[in-house]
Design a protein around this ligand. Structure first.
Ligand code: SAM
Ligand code: DTB
Ligand code: SF4
Length: 324
């Protein structure tokens, strides 16, 4: 049974547990719901890069940032298909397409819907992240067969204005409600290491868990410090605090996939191993995230081997459904 009434105090108490007790509790809950040695693997592709009108302080793609990123128009369908084919060959089961938009136009959506169809035809799960959506847009995406929509709350409502000023926390909640109401699986999480305090991490998780339904997928990103962004010189977050946040997310949302997302390139194998022990069971795989580096596939293969982890397959049932 899902709980949606977590108080800040209860969540704060979990964060404050001795590290071993916290990890033991998280791993115990994890094993009740998942195979502890299996990791879901997704691959990202930026389908429209740069020149974003939003001012998210962490993002290389914001027009307000001073980055050297080349702006690109919406990618042609063939390029998307060849990236998805490569991702599938490498063992990825979900293909996530990201666009640097404040929100898509209806014309943009026509093109993205074509891409979703093509990726589905390969037998992969689909995820897109396109910014804010109206209710009718969410419904169109649902009709296209989209599996997941990614839309992160990013941080606590209280810290939000320190990072982004061009939209509000409530805007994010509204889009999430449209996605949920349309019947699309919700992928929503945040970024740690942006200079927030523990209480902000508590509040972020509280907002996620106390939604009417837990997000099916919860990406926890470590800030990737991109030169030319307002957050480039932020102090590094203690990796053990990152692990604690993963563990608390696992305890609060026992049936959700918790994704160890951006920031793995800068993380040691040992930190990543602790994240898996804390209940993370999904990663982005492939050399690139959207605009920044992700570990090379060979490094991840080695890590999986060292830890005895396996890549999760899409269930046979689902494959049959996709192909009618
Ligand atoms: N424009 C859409 C949006 O903001 O929802 C989709 C793309 S946006 C790049 C997707 C998510 O990536 C953001 O919500 C943020 O959580 C994450 N992200 C972006 N830049 C990041 C960085 N430098 N480090 C960690 N996470 C980052
Ligand atoms: C998420 O939470 N992390 C991914 C995905 N959802 C879209 C994006 C990470 C982006 C990292 C910075 C970049 O590569 O531009
Ligand atoms: Fe634009 Fe998304 Fe980057 Fe914000 S996070 S600047 S909305 S691409």
């Amino acid at each position: 049974m899902q709980r949606h009434d977590w108080s800040m105090e209860e969540i704060g108490d979990l964060f404050g547990l001795p590290f071993n007790d916290l990890l033991f509790q998280a791993q115990t809950i994890h094993r009740r719901h998942f195979d502890a040695n299996q990791v879901q693997v997704s691959t990202l592709l930026s389908i429209k890069t740069g020149a974003c009108p939003e001012d998210c302080g962490y993002c290389s793609q914001s027009a307000s940032s001073n980055t050297t990123l080349e702006r690109e128009k919406l990618l042609p369908l063939v390029e998307v298909i060849s990236a998805a084919v490569a991702a599938k060959q490498n063992g990825s089961t979900r293909f996530c397409m990201g666009a640097a938009w404040r929100n898509p136009t209806d014309k943009n959506l026509d093109r993205v819907i074509e891409m979703i169809g093509a990726v589905q035809d390969l037998g992969m799960e689909t995820c897109v992240t396109l910014g804010m959506l109206t209710q009718p847009q969410a419904q169109r995406l649902k009709q296209s067969g989209l599996d997941y929509y990614n839309h992160n709350l990013d941080t606590s409502p209280e810290f939000y204005g320190n990072v982004i000023t061009t939209r509000t926390f409530q805007d994010r909640l509204d889009t999430l409600a449209h996605v949920r109401d349309a019947g699309i699986n919700v992928c929503s999480g945040g970024i740690l290491g942006m200079g927030e305090q523990r209480r902000d991490r508590v509040r972020l998780l509280q907002e996620l868990v106390n939604q009417p339904q837990h997000p099916e997928s919860v990406p926890i990103n470590m800030l990737v410090k991109v030169e030319g962004t307002p957050l480039e010189n932020t102090d590094v977050l203690d990796p053990l605090e990152f692990v604690r946040t993963i563990a608390v997310a696992r305890i609060l949302m026992p049936e959700s996939y918790v994704r160890l997302s951006a920031g793995r390139t800068e993380m040691s194998d040992e930190t990543q191993a602790l994240c898996f022990l804390a209940g993370a069971n999904s990663i982005f795989y492939g050399e690139r995230l959207l605009t920044t580096d992700n570990p090379e596939e060979s490094r991840d293969q080695q890590l999986f081997q060292r830890l005895g982890l396996n890549m999760e397959q899409i269930e046979a049932q689902k494959k049959v459904c996709c192909h009618g």
